[in-house]
Ligand binder design. Structure first.
Ligand code: PLP
Length: 399
């Protein structure tokens, strides 16, 4: 395989080999159904129980039964949001932010079409949540607030503990869901301390396989299931358990907790080195959200006056995997709703790239990226229709 420098860990991560090793026995050896009466199957349930404890410890749940295994972060969000509204049936107002992942955003849009009134909280130009706005918008009719813990595009961390306090002070019966998908494995999470009602995470973002997620639901909140079936996961997520995946997410959660310090020091230092190196060598590069608190692995860089997709293709030719915030909708490239909400100028919007590192990222990889990115950008600058503006910018920044 050609050289791959994987800087797209917010999209998905490599499965840690130690995780895979724990999972393998559950395919061809211990493949019994945990619900079976015979011990060959029944024995498997103790591995599910262990994984539940590992995930509970990872997110700060007080009881392992507050953890339900799901298929992904999207499913966790749907069970939590739609379930909470089933409980709070008479209330018709819900709140979220302008920068949520589509799994929350599109669920809210769907609810809006079904008669819910939605308030979308703003972010500032750094991508920080204007959390105090919550005080003014929560009413007696507010059923639910949903806020992400860390943004997938900018890495900006939102003050969920402060949000929980505002919500519970104003209206204790308003539920609070936190999308923890991009915070997990990057910063410490403690749902009990933060007083969060429900939290979703996704295994493939922290070196577990794809196809397994988890949902924390605070004891006492009895969510109804989204799909109907048997008794698995206490009826909240029926269907025969993805045993190997669950064992994997448990192991990955335990490992991720032990790597949090590495993430906050070594990974952050590599991210900062990448950013410093790029702004030093590329006159039209601007790092987004530098003044905000960010998860340590994420960097969002706007390359002014050029197209993100063109950059990604050239990066891919050099073996570098990164991503842009644009979504390809019906043939047109829609700029990122996150950067738009931050008021990022038009000249930067289309040329924003997200680099996201992981515990597997090495100094050699960052050095390599820094050796190939500046010449690529210089070449692409040459294709830009904004030559006059680029020349002025170069002079302005003394290059
Ligand atoms: N929430 C955030 C912030 C994400 O970044 C993602 C995935 O990128 C999700 C939710 C959805 O997770 P999954 O891919 O497991 O459905």
């Amino acid at each position: 395989m050609e050289k791959i420098i994987y800087l797209d860990n917010n999209a998905t991560t490599k499965v840690d080999e130690r995780v895979l090793e724990k999972m393998l026995p559950f395919y061809c050896e211990q493949y019994g159904n945990p619900s079976s009466m015979h011990s060959f199957g029944g024995n498997v349930s103790k591995y599910l129980a262990h994984a539940r404890e590992q995930v509970a410890d990872f997110v700060g749940a007080q009881n392992p039964y507050e953890i339900t295994f799901t298929g992904c972060g999207t499913e966790s969000a749907n069970i939590a949001i739609r379930g909470a509204l089933e409980i709070n049936k008479t209330r018709k107002h819900i709140i979220t932010t302008k920068v949520e992942h589509p799994c929350v955003m599109n669920t809210y849009k769907w609810l809006e079409k079904r008669g819910y009134k939605v308030t979308y909280l703003d972010v500032n130009s750094e991508g920080e949540l204007l959390v105090d706005e919550l005080k003014d918008v929560i009413t007696d009719d507010t059923a639910l607030v949903s806020i992400m813990w860390a943004n997938n595009e900018t890495g900006v961390v939102f003050p969920v503990e402060k949000a929980a306090k505002i919500i519970k002070d104003k209206n204790p019966k308003t539920f609070f869901y936190v999308d923890g998908v991009q915070a997990s494995g990057k910063i410490p999470m403690d749902v009990s301390k933060a007083n969060i009602d429900m939290l979703g995470i996704s295994g493939h973002k922290f070196h577990a396989p794809k196809g397994v997620g988890a949902l924390y639901v605070k004891r006492g909140i009895l969510l109804p299931p989204l799909i109907l079936g048997g008794h698995q996961e206490r009826g909240l997520r029926p269907g025969t358990e993805n045993v190997s995946g669950i064992v994997g997410i448990g192991e990955a959660a335990q490992l991720a907790k032990s790597y949090l310090e590495d993430e906050g020091t070594r990974v952050k230092a590599l991210r900062d080195e990448l950013e410093r190196g790029i702004v030093k060598k590329v006159f039209n590069a601007k790092i987004n959200s530098t003044k905000a608190q960010r998860v340590p692995n994420t960097s969002n860089i706007s390359f002014e006056y050029i197209e993100g997709e063109l950059m990604l293709l050239h990066f891919a030719d050099a073996g570098i995997c990164a991503s842009s915030g644009s979504a390809c909708t019906s043939g047109s490239l829609e700029p990122s709703h996150v950067l738009k909400a931050m008021g990022v100028p038009f000249t930067c919007l289309h040329g924003s790239i997200r680099f996201s590192l992981s515990r597997f990222t090495t100094k050699e990889e960052i050095d390599y990226a820094l050796s190939v990115i500046p010449p690529i950008i210089e070449k692409i600058n040459g294709y830009s229709p904004y030559q006059k503006e680029l020349k002025e910018l170069k002079e302005l920044r003394n290059f």
